[in-house]
Design a binder for this molecule. Structure first.
Ligand code: SF4
Length: 447
């Protein structure tokens, strides 16, 4: 058992007792981890550390880990090995989901000094400042259900779109998912705290805020719901766009679709709703909370009401017991509906989940590979069809990045677009452009 450190509230503002050090960050996995790393980076800066690019590992290296698939675990080990190769003296903090699940086992990895789970990771600077010995620490207590505040903002100076964390954890316990174990029970960020953060993110230049969390539709702080968060942000001066990241289909209030359909609202016409499977047998074995007919009725209604809705989804391939017929049903369903893209995940066993015990129903890995390839191909075709269908339209683009005189940005319905041969600085500008053609990963536009 490692040491358990209780962190005070004063850790960020008090002067450091040790010499100022550098810190670098690696972020694995989801948008929520990205938002948390951005806030941690601000926290370390306030505590006097210099934050360095992760190409050159700092004195302290923080890896914000992901355990959604096996790849997350192996990528984390690869990062640790690389860091140690580049800087033998680096002290490594493994934080987040893998830390929460694997705890002491991670101390076997070289140079790992801190293993901090999701409940305590947002106090990392304070934890590190208070470590006075070379004894490695494991801090990963069970998480509670209470609301939370996040003292440091996720302002990310390099980016025009900011990730606003509003929620954490999940109580749904889908049978394949490790997240309720790794992230703990559903809990919401205090409304005033998230609004304060939203204001400072907008004041620092973010024109679009992406609402992030594990199961954001379940947001609840007193009388504040997910819809009240949207309404409050909609009235925030200086904010141009609100984007909803992945959201569970059964948690979407009709008022959300109403706002999306209203051209005067700031809520982007973009929904990412995980379907996971297009067959009721699999959905039921996954313990999802809807039938295919219910999912379909929601999607059809939303697509009818919201003009040019960018509709994305996640699908898992090879869930235990998925037959050829189940897969075929999923494929045909996805092919026939107005999805503009989907993310395909090969099923992988995660410890503690109900699905990991369905050993007699495993789908052979070669079959999983074939099915995944088919769906990825279909997703590419759907993406093309969607974008080609938009050619000729005039759309607003928030420009983010320039590479050799080509500017890249994002539309409200989540298409990545580019404008060639521009010498003007378009960063953080929202400009109407006309879509001309589909090309590679982007669409060529004219101003
Ligand atoms: S809703 Fe299901 S898949 Fe999503 S985080 Fe919760 S348990 Fe996991």
């Amino acid at each position: 058992m490692g040491l358990l450190v209780k962190c005070g509230d004063d850790g960020y503002s008090t002067p450091m007792t040790n010499e100022a050090k550098s810190v670098s960050f690696f972020t694995q996995g989801c948008r929520l981890n990205i938002a948390e790393t951005a806030a941690l980076s601000q926290q370390f800066e306030s505590a006097g550390y210099s934050v360095t690019d992760n190409k050159v590992p700092g004195d302290i290296v923080v890896v914000n880990t992901c355990t959604v698939t096996e790849n997350g675990d192996s990528d984390m080990k690869r990062i640790v090995r690389r860091v140690v190769r580049q800087n033998k003296e680096a002290k490594i903090a493994l934080i987040g989901c893998v830390a929460q699940i694997q705890k002491e086992a991670l101390l076997k990895l070289p140079n790992v000094m801190w293993v901090v789970g999701n409940g305590e990771k947002m106090s990392l600077a304070s934890i590190i400042q208070k470590s006075s010995t070379n004894v490695p620490q494991v801090i990963a207590p069970k998480m509670t259900q209470s609301t939370f505040v996040q003292e440091h903002s996720a302002i990310d100076p390099g980016h025009t779109r900011g990730n606003l964390k509003i929620q954490d954890g999940c109580n749904f316990y889908c049978s394949f998912c490790v997240i309720p174990f790794a992230r703990g029970p559903a809990r919401s960020r205090q409304f005033d705290d998230l609004m304060r953060d939203a204001e400072s993110m907008v004041a620092s230049g973010h024109r679009e805020l992406v609402l992030t969390g594990v199961n954001i539709g379940t947001y609840e702080d007193g009388s504040h719901t997910f819809v009240s968060v949207l309404r409050a942000l909609n009235s925030l001066d200086g904010l141009d766009r609100i984007r909803i990241s992945s959201i569970e289909p059964t948690t979407i209030d009709d008022a959300v679709i109403e706002m999306m359909a209203n051209p005067d609202s700031k809520v982007c016409a973009h929904l990412h709703i995980p379907i996971q499977s297009g067959h009721d047998d699999t959905l039921s074995a996954m313990r999802r909370k809807y039938s295919l007919a219910e999912f379909d009725s929601f999607v059809t209604d939303a697509a009818k009401r919201v003009p040019h809705l960018g509709l994305g989804t996640d699908v898992i391939v090879g869930f235990p017991g998925e037959t050829d017929a189940h897969f075929e049903h999923t494929y045909q369903y996805l092919a026939s509906r107005p999805f503009s893209y989907f993310h395909v995940f090969s099923y992988s066993d995660r410890k503690n989940t109900i699905a990991s015990k369905m050993v007699d129903k495993r789908v052979p890995s070669v079959v999983i590979r074939e099915r995944s390839a088919m769906l990825r191909d279909l997703s590419k075709r759907k993406r093309d069809e969607y974008m080609i269908g938009r050619i000729g339209d005039s759309v607003n683009v928030l420009f983010e990045q320039c590479k050799s005189n080509e500017w890249f940005g994002t539309t409200e319905d989540y298409m990545r677009v580019k404008v060639a041969d521009v010498t003007e600085n378009l960063k953080n500008k929202i400009i109407p452009v006309q879509l001309l053609d589909r090309q590679g990963n982007g669409t060529i536009l004219s101003l």
